[in-house]
Ligand binder design. Structure first.
Ligand SMILES: C[S@@+](CC[C@H](N)C(=O)[O-])C[C@H]1O[C@@H](n2cnc3c(N)ncnc32)[C@H](O)[C@@H]1O
Length: 214
């Protein structure tokens, strides 16, 4: 990505890290991968398009495994939950990450890795220098709207699923200098939290460049 990059990192606490779940009962058989699929949609897609400045990471501690979707490279991503679930099932079943260090490409813009949050921190910080890392936390004293310069550089937002973020991952993020932010007084669904963050970044970018309306 040439410009500033946004990354959304969603941790599926008990989510399946293999392709062994039923598409006809995703919530009941996959440890709520349906939540992560909806986060993928809200993070990467807007009406009639893919956000080329965004990367979505799905962290699956049960592997541990990480699936990465890069908006500037991915092709033919459909917005409906069923098709995205089919895609995720194929990606997890591909096994391309077997015996590989780091991310292995499954197809253009979609890659898979053995590992957890450290791998994500490495990937988001490595090539492009330091990114600002934020933990999305309902109880945080700092409001998203009050963060000065948010989105001026690369940003990484880490969210939990219906069970919230695991403590060990929060501790690792704290050690990496992550800041906790709230998006408002209600605990909303993870995919909605992503939409609110993306909207705030969109608004700030549009304020700098009104031609950015799409
Ligand atoms: C459905 S909520 C998790 C609720 C879970 N029972 C808990 O207590 O953590 C899913 C995720 O969305 C994010 N989130 C939801 N509402 C938020 C808010 N008001 N401010 C910041 N993050 C929020 C958090 O990362 C949260 O872990």
């Amino acid at each position: 990505v040439a410009g500033v990059v946004r990354s959304f990192v969603v941790v599926g606490r008990i989510a399946s890290a293999s392709g062994e779940f039923l598409l006809d009962d995703l919530p009941g058989t996959s440890g709520r991968l349906d939540i992560l699929v909806r986060c993928l949609r809200s993070g990467l897609l807007f009406s009639h398009g893919v956000r080329t400045d965004t990367v979505v990471y799905l962290v699956l501690p049960r592997g541990p495994r990480v699936v990465r979707f890069q908006g500037d490279r991915v092709r033919f991503l459909r917005p409906d939950e069923r098709q995205l679930s089919v895609l995720l099932k194929k990606v997890l079943a591909s096994g391309v990450d077997e015996g590989v260090a780091g991310f292995a490409d499954v197809r253009r813009g979609i890659s898979l890795a053995r590992g957890g949050i450290d791998l994500v921190l490495e990937a988001t910080q490595a090539d492009r220098g330091a990114a600002d890392v934020f933990i999305l936390d309902e109880r945080a004293p700092l409001d998203l709207r009050a963060v000065p310069g948010l989105g001026d550089g690369d940003t990484v937002f880490v969210l939990g699923d219906h069970l919230g973020l695991p403590e060990d991952i929060c501790a690792r993020l704290d050690a990496a200098g992550a800041r906790r932010i709230t998006i408002g007084p209600m605990s909303v669904h993870a995919e909605d939290a992503i939409t609110v963050v993306a909207n705030e970044l969109d608004r700030r970018a549009a304020a700098l460049d009104p031609a950015k309306l799409r």
